[in-house]
Design a protein around this ligand. Structure first.
Ligand code: AMP
Ligand code: GLY
Length: 419
């Protein structure tokens, strides 16, 4: 089989490594992939949002299956476009990807179907939003409606900060048109859990739970990032919580989407907060998380391609999806200064024995060498019998990877270990 993977980060690298385990896979094309993915797939310089380019390439190579991994091509209709070419795809169509593409859509869906989430108000007029903030409970959480590279959420402890957030999103358009509407919602407290799930629109199969570490600095300080490390499973996701999530959140969401004529197929990511009143949805993503995928897929024992195809064909209910009972930890090695200013172009050295543990995110090939090209450069994943061992091993492996201005958090997994 010839498979096309749209995207080019650490998540896509992890997906490609798992797909390659299936012996019927002959070739994987990554569009655009990156310098590290090039060791595992044929990278083709077509951007992940170049829908006509992706479709023309898929037609020319007569690919058998496509996996669309990032949010922006999914929201833009990449799956619809590839399906129109007759190519079966993993991922939701645009009308279902809107569950991530519009926070207003997601919040209204949850309200309509009684799915637990933070109380909220929607505004398309800055004056009305500012008026509401005069008496809104604090801290206020201000969210741009559309995609904003994971940065469209501002937690505002004071009225002054909340007003500034509204002005910068709605008036200065800090996140472009994503900020033409906003959600202002209640601040929730509790541990966060990420649950990725496979779904064919009828059946939903949660994957092993995970915990992201979103802040740049140790002890969850500093700016929000795309994610500085992950562990799986997440100790806060107890069997009781899992049971409640299935009944109150996962199944109701899948049914609601179907009811709305927006059947969701692919990976639906539930960003959850385990509050005193039970689990609540913080956000939905229409795709695999990054770097959650780098700990979840190494624990998947079933064949990824088979499971993905079952979501496309509607046969997930008859397909085994089994996870290992071991533990995984992924430590992200970033460029110092990420997520603000950082230098690129430093040579990366990865010892041979560490390579199978590395998922490359921001690296390019230059004169036959791998050099840094992004903020998050790569992730190092270890799998072990206990979380403590997985953490120790991930850090021992991470230390062996060298490049200029290398930065990593030193406390990935510590919160989970203390849980
Ligand atoms: P999101 O981009 O929706 O994932 O939000 C980024 C982060 O902001 C989440 O991972 C949470 O840590 C935090 N967050 C979002 N919404 C809320 C909320 N209502 N209450 C508390 N924290 C929130
Ligand atoms: N790690 C969070 C996300 O992928 O959105």
């Amino acid at each position: 089989m010839k498979i096309l993977v749209v995207g080019g980060g650490g998540r896509e690298h992890a997906i490609i490594r798992s797909l390659k385990k299936n012996p019927s896979v002959e070739t994987i094309y990554a569009l655009p992939g990156n310098g590290g993915i090039a060791r595992d797939a044929v990278c083709v310089p077509i951007g992940a949002t170049d829908l006509p380019g992706i479709c023309a390439f898929a037609r020319e190579k007569q690919v058998d299956y496509a996996v669309v991994a990032p949010d922006d091509p999914l929201v833009a209709g990449c799956v619809d476009a590839l399906e129109a070419e007759g190519i079966p795809c993993f991922g939701p169509r645009a009308n279902a990807a809107v569950i991530e593409g519009s926070k207003v859509f997601a919040k209204n869906l949850m309200k309509k179907y009684g799915i637990p989430t933070a109380a909220y108000e929607v505004f398309d007029d800055p004056a009305a939003a500012l008026q509401y903030l005069e008496t809104a409970p604090l801290p206020a959480v201000v969210k741009a409606d559309g995609l904003a590279l994971g940065k469209g959420v501002l937690i505002c402890p004071t009225r002054e900060e909340a007003r500034a957030a509204v002005r910068s999103i709605m008036e200065d358009r800090q996140f472009g048109d994503s900020g033409s509407r906003i959600v202002i919602e209640e601040f929730l407290e509790g541990p966060e859990v990420s649950v990725l799930s496979f779904t064919d629109g009828e059946t939903v199969v949660p994957m092993i739970s995970s915990m992201d570490h979103k802040r740049a600095g140790d002890g969850d300080t500093g700016l929000n990032t795309g994610g500085m490390g992950t562990v799986a499973p997440n100790p806060y996701y107890t069997p009781e919580v899992a049971d409640r999530c299935m009944r109150e959140i996962f199944l109701p969401t899948i049914r609601a989407m179907k009811q709305e004529g927006r059947t969701f197929r692919g990976c639906l990511y539930f960003g959850l907060m385990i509050t005193r009143d039970g689990p609540k949805v913080i956000e939905y993503n229409c795709r695999f998380g990054d770097p959650e995928t780098q700990v979840v897929l190494p624990l998947l024992e079933s064949d990824l391609l088979t499971v993905m195809q079952a979501t496309t064909r509607g046969t997930l209910g008859r397909t085994e999806v089994r996870f290992s009972d071991r533990h995984a930890c992924c430590v992200i090695l970033a460029s110092k200064g990420y997520p603000v200013h950082y230098e690129k172009g430093y040579e990366i050295t990865i010892p041979e024995e560490v390579r199978p543990h590395v998922f490359v995110a921001g690296a390019a090939e230059k004169d036959g060498k791998l050099v840094t090209s992004g903020g998050r450069v790569l992730g190092v994943t270890a799998v072990a019998d206990s979380l403590a061992e997985a953490v120790d091993q991930a850090y021992a492996l991470a230390e062996k990877v060298e490049f200029g201005n290398r930065y990593m958090r030193r406390d990935i997994g510590q919160r989970a270990l203390k849980a």
